[in-house]
Design a protein around this ligand. Sequence first.
Ligand code: ASP
Ligand code: MG
Length: 444
Amino acid sequence: MIIMKFGGSSLANAERIRHVVDIIKMHIDEKPLIVASAMGDTTDNLLEAVDRALSGKVCIKEIRKLHLATAEELEVNTDAIKELFDELKNLLSGISLIKEFSPRTKDYLVSFGERLSVRIVAGYLNRIGLEAKFFDAWDIGFTSTAVHNDGEILDESFAKINESLGHLENNYAFTPIITGFIAKNKNGNITTLGRGGSDLTASVLGAALHAKEIQVWKDVDGILTTDPRIVKHAQPVKNISFEEATELAYFGAKVLHPRSIVPAMSRKIPVRVKNSYNPTHPGTLILSRLDDKDEMLRVLTFKKNVTVVDIVSTRMLGQYGFLAKVFQIFDEQKISVDMLATSEVSISVTLDNKGNGIEGLKSELEKIANVNIKTGKTMITMVGNVKRSSEILERTFDVLNAGNINVQMISQGASKVNISFIIDDDEADPCIRELHKAFFENDR
Ligand code: ASP
Ligand code: MG
C-alpha cells in the first residue's frame, strides 16, 4: 500500500480534482490510500466566515459556491455536502448569537473543509467507476490529545487505524479517501492537528499501515535546493534524510508540517514529496539512511526579519547560574529562542517573534545584563553533511568574504545536520545567490 496526500491547492477546483484522480489512477496498482485537505483556501474562508458571524452576519456563500459548483461539474451527487452546509450554517448562527468562539468551536468549524472535500473526491471516483469510500479520520481511529487547534495523535490510534484499514493490503476492494488535518479527542470533540496538519495525517496513516511509501503531493518538484523566488534555477533535491528534513521543517522551509516527519521516521517509512503538475518527476525522497553520504550540502534555507538579542553579563567572568537566569526570563516572558551562541560572558539568541513581548524581555534581562536588540537580520541555515563541516564553512566564508558580508553570529546545531549564521536582511538575497552558486552550480 502507499499513502497519497493531496493539499488544498491540488484540489482547488473540478479541473484540479480530475487531474488528481488521473494521478491516483496511475498508482492504482500500488493500492493507494488517499489523504485530502480542504479544497483551495477553504480553511481560511471558514475562518473568515467566523469573523463575519461574530459581527452578526452568517454567510457561507463562497464556500457553498465552490463546493457545489465543483460537485456539479464533476456530476457528483450533492446530498452529502448539502447536509454539511446545513450543519455549518447552524454552527455559524450559534456563534453569531453567543458571540463566542472557543478553540474547541474553531476545530469543529474548520473540520468542514476536509469533510466536504473527501465527499466530493470519493463521489467523483465512484462516478467514474473506481470504487471509493470517504472517511472522516475519527471513524478509522484517529484519536488525538485533548489540546485544541494543535492536537497530537495518540499512540493507541496506530492499532485502531490498522484494524480499520489494514485488511486492504490483501484485499484492496476500494480506494479510501480520508480527511487530513482532523481527529477527535477522547471526549468525542473534533480536534485539528495544526495548520498544514494533513501531512501529519498521511504520516500517521503510513506508519500505522506499514505503507511502502508516503507520497506528499505539492506543486513543486520536491524539496528544492533553495527558495526559487530568490534563485530561479533552484533544483529539486533527490534524497534527503529524515533528520535533515526535520531541520528544514523547523527552519522555515515550508515543505512539510514540522511534526509530520516523526511517525514516518520512527517506522522508517520513506516519504516522497511529488509535484502534481509534473507527476512523472521522481520528486524528493526522504529516507532514514542515505547512500550518497559524501554530498556536501543539500539545502540552503533562510529566515528573514529575525531579531538578535545580545546579552552580556554585568558581573565579571565565570558567573555560574547566569545562563539559568537568562533562560528563566525567556521562560517567564514566554518567548522562544531559535538560534543560540555563547561565550563566557555573553549570550546571543535569535527570535523570529515579530517584536511581541520584546520590551518586557529587555527590561527583565537588563536587571542582570547589558542588552542589545538588533532587528532586520537574516538567519541562513545550511542543511547537509556536517561531517564535512570544515569544508562547508571554508566554502561559505570564501563567498562571504568575497562579498564583503559580515557574519554576526554563527552556530552549528547539535543535530549535526545544520549550520546557521546571521547577516543583515539587505545582504540576504545576493548572499543566498552566491552561496547557491558555490555549492550547487559549480561542477565540483
Ligand atoms: N486544510 C488545513 C490547512 O489549510 C490542513 C492542511 O491543508 O493540511 O491548514
Ligand atoms: Mg489547506
